[in-house]
Design a protein. Structure first.
Length: 158
């Protein structure tokens, strides 16, 4: 089984919607107070805007020309000030592998592709956010060498 990685294109939108839904439905399930139930969590116009934004990169993983995974990234600059040092960051905004292709190397291939992109871009770090409830994702990210940088905490008042 050969996993190929390529840039996403406009014509991929309909094929990517099930993956975008898969991620969104997980978030709605674990945090319905934050996320709206929505069958189109990524609208086509937003997707197309991402494709033309030179600071955003969307890559798809394919097996036999079928899309089985997607990773969405965005380059951002952290501006230096008296408190923090400036740096260039490549954020992984979203990663999804189709349920029936998990644990087959798709996610690792996508993230390694993005790690290589980060090296070519000469960013300082690659970062992402992950829900505390998503234990399998946390374990996956640890398995590829990522470490917890910080944690957001909250108290819900109403």
């Amino acid at each position: 089984m050969e996993i190929l990685i390529r840039d996403a294109k406009q014509s991929d939108y309909e094929l990517l919607l099930p993956l975008f839904r898969q991620v969104h439905e997980f978030h709605v399930f674990v945090r319905p107070d934050l996320y709206k139930d929505n069958s189109t969590p990524v609208e086509q116009e937003f997707f197309e805007d991402q494709l033309i934004d030179r600071k955003q990169h969307i890559f798809v993983a394919t097996i036999n020309n079928n899309i089985v995974g997607v990773i969405v990234t965005k380059e951002e600059e952290v501006t230096e000030n008296t408190f923090i040092k400036g740096k260039e960051v490549l954020f992984i905004k979203s990663l999804c592998v189709a349920d029936n292709f998990r644990a087959q190397g798709v996610g690792k291939k996508l993230t390694n592709y993005v790690f290589d992109l980060g090296r070519r871009l000469k960013v300082d770090t690659i970062e992402l956010g992950v829900s505390e409830e998503n234990k399998s994702a946390i374990e996956f990210y640890r398995s590829i060498g990522m470490k917890t940088k910080s944690r957001k905490m909250e108290i819900i008042l109403n």
